[in-house]
Design a protein around this ligand. Structure first.
Ligand code: KG4
Ligand code: ZN
Length: 355
């Protein structure tokens, strides 16, 4: 693989959904400064992310966040070695804000520009130096469990991803959010539902376990959500609500564990099971998945929560991995609201093409 020197710290920019974030990483991957601004307050009145509001908030806050991380690290724009901005998948307004701002900085300071796939950011987070002792080697299994994504991915190398399975309907975080809403909990529902579940009995409400025992590692959560909806009229007491929350979380954890087991069987030679996305914050889910990894004799790696959820550290790191491999994009690169991981290429593909 070609290896290119990176001339200075890399600025990562993330604005693909409802977190505005900037981070500065040294060329060796050390985190120099990071900042995230959640748009929770803007979207809560609507019970979900409003794309137009998100784009405007990114525009209002991203430049200040970039300036803030540079100032905190004592680095000037002229000293940067590259700009890495999320260019998809995600909400197009935010993607345009983030990547245009990044390209503007790249032009102004004559820097290389990397258009980062947000999912590749999640996929490579476990490789940030210092996170896991000794590092994580390819290939490994990635379970991406967030509000927008729910996939089992074979991470075989930089730019080399194979989707082993994904959701047929709702993402797992979406299932948490929708079920929580049905139970009258505030948005985003995942953390609230987990808290309520702590005092519940998971066996009181028999809920279906979608896909459990089926071959492969696809997911389906819409039937479970419907079962939760049908249970709502049966709730008489606060304890009933806690029991339903506990049953929901128990079933989700069991289904995720079953799917993860099959996914590992589909990737012989995996060095680890990596879990990312907001749902990886859930203790019940973590415990179930860690049991699966342990049985397979593999480490389960769950990055710290702040790096599991949307952030710019992962975008800067993916940028560094790509810059090292000599992979940059021209400044007319267009952001892509849909951009499956399987469509990415790495250094090998470029060599094959004679680059
Ligand atoms: O990765 P993330 O911050 O954003 C994207 O969706 O990209 O994930 C947010 C999702 C939401 O659906 C939220 O309800 C869920 O992760 N979540 C949780 C927990 N914390 C966040 N779900 C279950 N238990 C939690 N503790
Ligand atoms: Zn994400």
């Amino acid at each position: 693989m070609r290896s290119a020197a990176i001339e200075g710290p890399v600025l990562g920019l993330e604005a693909s959904c409802d977190e505005t974030a900037a981070a500065l990483l040294a060329p060796d991957g050390r985190i120099l400064a990071e900042a995230v601004r959640s748009q929770l307050a803007e979207h809560t009145p609507y019970g979900g992310v409003v794309p137009e509001i998100a784009a405007r908030a990114h525009l209002a806050h991203l430049p200040a966040l970039a300036t803030e991380v540079l100032a905190r690290a004592g680095v000037s724009s002229d000293q940067l070695g590259g700009i890495a901005a999320t260019a998809g998948p995600g909400l197009i307004g935010g993607l345009i804000v983030g990547s245009s701002f990044g390209k503007g900085m790249a032009i102004a300071h004559g820097l290389p520009f990397v258009a980062v796939n947000h999912l590749e950011g999640h996929a490579l987070t476990a490789r940030i130096p210092g996170l896991v002792e000794g590092g994580v080697e390819f290939p490994y299994l990635l379970l991406l469990l967030s509000g927008g994504h729910c996939q089992c991915v074979a991470v075989e190398g930089l730019g080399r991803y194979r989707r082993l399975g994904s959701t047929l309907d709702d993402a797992v975080g979406e299932a948490f959010d929708k079920s929580a809403k049905l139970m009258g909990l505030p948005w985003p529902g995942g953390p609230a539902l987990e808290k309520l579940a702590q005092t519940g009995d998971p066996k009181k409400f028999p809920l279906p376990r979608p896909m459990l025992g089926r071959p492969g590692c696809d997911f389906s959560f819409s039937g479970l959500k419907t079962a939760v909806a049908q249970s709502i009229p049966k709730l008489a007491t606060e304890q009933d609500r806690a029991d339903l929350a506990a049953a929901f979380q128990y079933v989700v954890a069991a289904v995720l564990a079953d799917r993860a087991r099959n996914a590992l069987a589909m990737l012989p030679g995996a060095t680890a099971m990596v879990v990312a996305g907001g749902v990886a914050a859930n203790q019940g889910v973590r415990a179930a998945l860690s049991g699966v990894a342990q049985k397979a004799g593999l480490p389960m790696i769950a990055p710290p929560i702040r790096l599991c959820t949307d952030n710019a550290v992962m975008i800067a790191w993916a940028g560094i991995e790509r810059l090292r491999a000599g992979l940059t994009e021209p400044l007319d690169h267009a952001p892509r609201p849909r951009w499956p991981l399987a469509e990415l290429t790495g250094p090998d593909a470029h060599q094959d093409m004679g680059a």
